[in-house]
Design a protein around this ligand. Structure first.
Ligand code: NAD
Length: 364
């Protein structure tokens, strides 16, 4: 029998969980498992929605596919304050609720970390990015995603007529991803000229001392306590005069409302879905090159998959470097050759692999 053409790749499961005794709501989306069990982070936030988790799960399908991992895409959201003192309790009941959902392997995301993964692992023996003490590769502590963003920048800079050494970089968000990106990029000679967190932006066109800023963020909780710079509002970061802009915090931060003010020549998407579709099209028309999230920020999930396959830290870093450099070049070559958007070029390659795997499966 001829198999019908596949029109949609997912989501295959959208699950809402409610725990009345704890008054806790959670969401799990398994987008696609044609390439293997899905891997994706657990976002903890008071305003995470089903729609957001669905979009993030699709991004994971694309990311895992193009990174050549034997994993599909999934994502979860726990609707709670990430600083809630009952966080461990929430994670343990969440873990028990997904115990039999073998096709979803949790990892960290905004509002969760290695400690949260250890709680899940303790309950159900299924989680990635575990602390070192229990045999994990702590991807946030090691800066896996920021390392990958720096590798991506190395390849993308010539396509945007920039030299990485001396390039001025602005970073939104100074958590695991933002800090590591700042560190690895400054080691390559880039100059960090602006960084923001929820309290505001700190800017210095002559360059920010990254190690000092990391100390200040860790000891005082915010980058705006850095003394050698000007404080601006959070949203002004996107309008800063710079060569490379790295959104590394929340979704949809560059939209039609602010895209016209973006002055960077290159955007490396550190966060997941940080730019709306409309804004990506406008950036393209303005000649601003924007490397999509699932190409640029795959470092974390590559390390998570390496840990799951029991590989070493060195093997994980080598895999991140090799795959992100190769994929950045692949999609930028296609972008310029076919005069298309980088996201379209990347999606076409990632989707082809998923569809091929789907056609080899039993029809249900
Ligand atoms: P995190 O929680 O460690 O850090 C987030 C940072 O963003 C914090 O400094 C916070 O203050 C800041 N922030 C939040 N809202 C902001 C706002 N409106 N303006 C300015 N700053 C704001 O999170 P993370 O692990 O660094 O992840 C950041 C983003 O990268 C998320 O979108 C996440 O999904 C994505 N991502 C993370 C990884 C990873 O390895 N951790 C991998 C791929 C993608």
């Amino acid at each position: 029998m001829d198999k019908p053409a596949i029109k949609e790749i997912g989501p295959s499961k959208v699950i809402q969980l409610f725990f009345p005794v704890s008054n806790l709501h959670a969401i799990v989306v398994v987008d696609n498992t044609a390439l293997g069990p899905s891997i994706g982070g657990v976002r903890v936030s008071q305003d995470v929605t089903i729609e957001e988790v669905k979009r993030l799960a699709r991004t994971m399908t694309m990311k895992n596919s193009i990174a050549g991992l034997p994993h599909g895409g999934g994502k979860a959201g726990i609707i709670a304050d990430p600083r809630d003192p009952k966080k461990e309790h929430y994670f343990r009941i969440f873990a028990q609720a997904i115990k039999d959902l073998q096709e979803y392997i949790p990892g960290p995301d905004m509002g969760s970390n290695e400690e949260c993964m250890a709680w899940i692992y303790d309950e159900i023996r299924r989680a990635t990015a575990l602390p070192e003490e229990i045999g994990g590769l702590p991807l946030d502590k090691l800066g896996a995603t920021g390392f990958g963003l720096a590798k991506c920048a190395e390849i993308a800079c010539p396509y945007a007529n920039i030299e990485l050494k001396g390039a001025r970089v602005a970073i939104q968000g100074f958590g695991s991803v933002g800090k590591a990106a700042a560190k690895f990029l400054s080691e390559k000679g880039a100059v960090i000229v602006a960084v923001s967190d929820t309290k505001g932006s700190i800017c210095n066109p002559d360059g920010i001392d990254v190690n000092e800023l990391i100390d200040i963020k860790e000891n005082t909780g915010t980058v705006v306590n850095y003394k050698k710079g000007t404080i601006k509002r959070c949203e002004e970061l996107f309008l800063i005069q710079c060569d490379i802009l790295i959104p590394a915090a929340t979704p949809d931060v560059i939209s039609k409302e602010n895209v016209e003010g973006v002055k960077a020549k290159l955007i490396i998407q550190g966060a997941n879905i940080p730019i709306t579709k409309e804004a990506e099209e406008i950036l393209h028309k303005k000649g601003i090159l924007s490397v999509p999230d699932f190409i640029a920020n795959a470092g974390g999930v590559i390390m998570a998959a390496m840990e799951y396959a029991k590989k070493s830290e060195k093997e994980a870093f080598d895999a991140i470097s090799e795959r992100i450099k190769k994929n950045t070049k692949l999609i930028l070559e296609k972008t310029f050759k076919e005069k298309t958007l980088p996201r379209q070029a990347a999606e076409a390659i990632a989707k082809e692999r998923v569809l091929k795997a789907m056609t080899s499966k039993r029809i249900l």
